[in-house]
Design a protein around this ligand. Structure first.
Ligand SMILES: [Zn+2]
Length: 300
């Protein structure tokens, strides 16, 4: 009987020791990550601003940019790193929103929300134009003819000296058909002479992969770490060996990063869209990578 008790006790001690051994690495793992997390926070606290003049069609072009979106809230959900990089670097930024987002009959309210959001991003209401055209109504079933949308882009470019247009890429980030149509509306077939005379350069916000879209600040951190490593010849050699060096493609690419302060400003801009803050948009705000970074691809 007593031998039985002894056996059980020995067994228990063995279990505890084995458990400790199993937990040993994981208990060390968390403290090991703390310096890394602090380093990432340090990187995100003040990321270097990129030279925004590289977006211009020529060095002496005026720093005037037009942001072309489809719905009120696109500017805050998808474009905030770009808009903030421009406004904080002295650019005169304007917004052209091709619908007032009236899919649920809230168009009037959403117009006010758009002005408030743009104001937070550094764009005055006088620079924001909202189109309310029967041919360009908000909805997944409401297809827009590129020419119907394109005429508003052309009209704006014709009357104001914009050097740069920022738009969705052809996938429209979320795939919404209005986003795709807004991208096509910026095609220079509507205004070829502005491109050929190098008066306007068009950049598109790249649609990230599904996984990348929901990785929060990780893509931004990756770009920041990559840039630091690529700063030295040795670092570039390591990146080449790991096949992580950036190769020049046919089109120029620019990574735009929001630091912590600008990220929060983007979140506040989105919070102005009170009619849109349903649960899944809160998830987007929490884990969306486009609140932290935009990749701009030279489109035209
Ligand atoms: Zn949209």
């Amino acid at each position: 009987m007593s031998a039985g008790i002894k056996d059980t006790s020995t067994q228990t001690r063995t279990d505890v020791t084995a458990k400790r051994r199993r937990n040993f690495p994981s208990s060390l793992l968390f403290p090991a990550f703390i310096p890394l997390l602090l380093y990432f926070l340090y990187l995100l606290s003040s990321p270097p601003d990129f030279d925004t003049s590289m977006l211009l069609p020529r060095p002496d072009a005026p720093k005037n940019a037009l942001i072309v979106t489809a719905h009120p809230d696109d500017e805050a959900m998808f474009f905030s790193p770009t808009i903030l990089a421009l406004t904080r670097n002295g650019w005169n930024v304007s917004g052209l929103c091709l619908s007032n987002g009236n899919a649920e009959g809230l168009g009037d309210q959403r117009e006010k929300e758009l002005y408030a959001s743009y104001n937070l991003l550094g764009v005055p209401s006088s620079n924001v134009e909202i189109i309310n055209d029967p041919a360009l109504q908000d909805g997944m079933q409401r297809a827009w003819m590129p020419s119907d949308a394109g005429k508003y882009v052309y009209r704006r470019l014709d009357i104001e000296p914009f050097s740069v247009v920022i738009k969705f890429d052809k996938y429209g980030i979320s795939g919404h058909i209005n986003h795709r149509a807004a991208s096509l509306a910026c095609s220079p077939v509507n205004w070829p002479f502005l491109i050929t005379t190098r008066k306007v350069k068009v950049w598109a916000v790249r649609t990230p992969s599904l996984l990348e879209k929901y990785m929060g600040p990780l893509p931004a951190i990756y770009h920041l770490v990559h840039t630091r490593i690529a700063d030295t010849e040795k670092g570039r050699e390591v990146l080449r060996l790991l096949r992580l060096d950036r190769k020049e493609g046919a089109w120029r690419k620019v990574e735009v990063i929001n630091g912590l302060e600008r990220w929060w400003t983007g979140i506040e801009a989105m919070r102005e869209h009170k009619t849109q803050l349903v649960w899944f948009r809160w998830i987007w705000l929490g884990v969306g990578s486009l609140q932290w970074t935009n990749t701009l691809i030279e489109a035209w």
